[in-house]
Design a protein around this ligand. Sequence first.
Ligand SMILES: [Zn+2]
Length: 392
Amino acid sequence: MNEFFWMLLPVAAAGGWIAGRHSFNKRSTDNLWNHATSYHRDLHQLLTERQTDENNADALDFGQLGSVEHDAAETHLALGNLFRRRGDVERAIQLHGSLIDKAELSDDLRAEARLELARDYASAGLMDRSEEQFRELLDNDAHVAESYENLLLIFERASDWNRAIELAHEYQARCECDLAERISHYNCELAEQARRKNDYQLVESKLSAALEIDSHCARANMLFAELALERSDFQQAIEYYEEVEKHSPELMPEIISPLFGALEQLGDSERLRRYVDRIRSRYNAYSVIKTTRDMIENLDGPEHADLFFKEQIVKRPSLKGLRDWARGQLKHSRSGERGKVAVMCDMLDSVVEDKPAYVCESCGFGAQTLHWRCPGCGSWNTVATVIGAEGE
Ligand SMILES: [Zn+2]
């Protein structure tokens, strides 16, 4: 009996508290209920509204949507994001903008609303306004990394590389992160812009800046090598390409042809032979094998070249290798078989053409040419050559 009594005590206490609270707060509960009903009615109106034309956009007063208590503010934020995702950016801007203006909003929620408003403006293509909101966040020390990333994205999309460099240095200093690779690419972008305008002095200075920031920057070395080839400075070009090979061997398919070309132009056949011997079994990439095969043919004749090629494509099977080998068999086929081999070559051609030669390691975006910045996700240095049976 005693035990039962002690067990009932907390239940009785809770019942008493609820009863007391009910009578004491009856009025405020009624208010809350009316408020919630009105809030949900407005919310329903907002959600079922299909389009905002100019008239009803003005008629919707987001500030009247219930109280801006914590939960309601979070609902507004989520709603705004929903509108943006479904393409109704105008309404997202109104919703997030009205939240920022609420005096009673906490600093955290105001910063959250500002971040979303900045994204809304970016989605609407209003980059100046978006930048303004991100700058405001940085001034308030809120969402710092996200604001820097988004601002860099705005400058990258506008190809405003000078501002991107300035901001990336600021970001690096403030967040103690390493943006060397990215800043080097920005300098390479400026170098390419200058090259299109034939301003070679500026090209050189921007490429030097890129290498100063990231001494292994393959893109800067490749551009320097191209400039050296243009002025027939083959020795210099080879040195730049050797830097690329040393620090970014995955880019060998990109540089193998001009590198062999520069070695040939030097006219030093011993050096060329030493280079071929050094790389002949070193790389898996098919285009490296194919170019090396052609070089062996020039140096030692077709028999040695075919022997090397056959060995390599058996060791490192690939669709491209099979296609080229089959194409090589065409000239040796008897007239009755030639048609069948040609059909097989055509089939392999279409299979190879369907396969992306490059894939982004970050988002899986496939491409036929090398991109320093992924067109899919905007990451730098993530698009790589596909190595293996279906790729290089
Ligand atoms: Zn990507």
